[in-house]
Design a protein around this ligand. Structure first.
Ligand SMILES: *Cc1c(COP(=O)(O)O)cnc(C)c1O
Length: 418
């Protein structure tokens, strides 16, 4: 048995499925998950000492590559002053100043500990601010695992073909209305049949939890217009797209502003961080200035802020990161298209190969993908030292430390997949 197999056996005894997050268990692709011991640059190393070229990047945060020196340095310097105070620190102020200077539509921000928490809080704020209860979300979009968002969710919830989690009450789910991604009419109809009741529309501006599904021309603009007409808030869940599609995220990339934005992943540079922000007028409704309660013992944790700040600062000071990662991702996408007959969606540094010959533009079309085929593809890649998502409905993430040689080597390995 390998070290990873031995660890997995031990893990299964003490954690459900042997993991702390479902997709890690490799259920969709078979085999024992690799237990990771270390990572550097674009590569990760498992408990058996095997090396993999990594296209997950911790699901996005490692945009600068693993164990970036500047990030590690910031963390160890900050750490030496103590890990947590449960009180205000200057690093939080600097983080707020940095984000509001980078992302102009955001005037105020509140730091939390995960993307899930960011979304859950933003939804509460939207409801408190509008004094309305219903939320529109899109089939196949994942917004973390809070009750109201586990309705036709993407990512692990989609992979296990169990989109509605048990344990979510009818009460929590009944105020979540479902629309179809890239179908503005499905949203207009919900607004029509729920006049004056919709607090917010929440969307992944690029859906990246049902594979990668970019918004079609006019879709995000259409959402903006409908929300304005109906006095509802538009929430962009930028947990993946934030600081990735562009420094200013999807709002900058598509030139469409949301009223509230949620962050996670990159914003923590590998530490557990999330955030939500928006205009001052809306954010002032959050406690202690407003009546929408939200708190966190470890929120704004100094060590986590240090990692996030170092990452965001590096991105801000090196705009060529974006041209670099986008160029490499499209080189990879083009290579896969050239050598396979499958559908490859690519936008910015995100891409996904769907094992279908159909165009993929929403949940229904994403689900035409042959997930068994994906499982063999995944195992072929893994056997050849390339680590991609152990499930079809996830993105490939290209980082700034991947090289053209890495990309070309990856294409060569994909070519050999039969
Ligand atoms: C990952 C993700 C979340 C949840 O973030 P966690 O930190 O895992 O709680 C929410 N929304 C989107 C779009 C995500 O990709």
């Amino acid at each position: 048995m390998t070290e990873s197999e031995l660890l997995f056996d031990r893990a299964k005894k003490v954690m459900p499925g042997g993991v702390n997050s479902p997709v890690r268990a490799f259920n969709a692709v078979g085999g024992a998950p690799r237990f990771i011991k270390s990572a550097k640059g674009a590569r990760i190393y498992d408990a058996d000492g095997r090396e993999y070229l990594d296209y997950i990047g911790s699901w996005g945060p490692m945009i600068l590559g693993h164990a970036n020196e500047k990030v590690l340095d910031a963390v160890s310097k900050t750490m030496a002053n103590g890990l947590s105070f449960g009180a205000a620190t200057e690093l939080e102020v600097i983080m707020g100043e940095l984000i509001t200077s980078i992302v102009k539509p955001i005037e105020m921000i509140r730091m939390v500990n995960s993307g899930t928490e960011a979304v859950m809080s933003a939804i509460r704020l939207a409801r408190g601010y509008t004094q309305r209860e219903k939320i529109i979300k899109f089939a196949g979009c994942y917004h973390g695992h809070s009750d109201a968002m586990l309705v036709k969710a993407g990512s692990g919830a989609l992979t296990n073909s169990n989109p509605d989690s048990s344990g979510v009450t009818k009460g929590a789910a009944k105020d979540t209305l479902l629309a179809q991604y890239n179908d503005i009419n499905s949203v207009a109809e919900l607004f029509d049949s729920n006049k004056g009741e919709i607090a917010a529309v929440i969307v992944e501006p690029v859906a990246a939890n049902m594979g990668v599904v970019p918004p079609q021309k006019g879709f995000l603009e259409g959402l903006r217009k409908l929300c304005d007409e109906q006095n509802a808030l538009l929430i962009f869940d930028e947990v993946i797209t934030g600081f990735r599609l562009a420094l200013g995220g999807a709002m900058e990339y598509f030139n469409v502003n949301a009223d509230l934005v949620t962050y996670g992943k990159i914003i923590g540079g590998g530490m557990p961080v999330g955030a939500y922000g928006g205009r001052r007028e809306i954010m002032s409704h959050v406690s202690p200035t407003g009546s929408v309660y939200q708190a966190g013992t470890l929120s704004g944790n100094p060590v986590a802020m240090a990692a996030g700040l170092a990452t965001l600062t590096e991105l801000k000071n090196n705009p060529q990161v974006y041209t670099n990662i986008n160029t490499m991702a499209s080189r990879l996408a083009d290579g896969i298209r050239k050598h396979t007959k499958y559908t490859v969606n690519n936008i910015g540094s995100l891409l996904c190969t769907f094992f279908t010959d159909q165009n993929v533009y929403n949940y229904e079309t994403a689900r035409t993908s042959d997930t068994k085929r994906y499982a063999s593809y995944f195992n072929h890649m893994l056997d050849n030292g390339v680590y991609i998502a152990p499930a079809q409905f996830e993105a490939m993430f290209v980082s700034n430390v991947h090289t053209n040689e890495d990309i070309d080597k990856t294409i060569e390995i994909i070519k050999k997949f039969k």
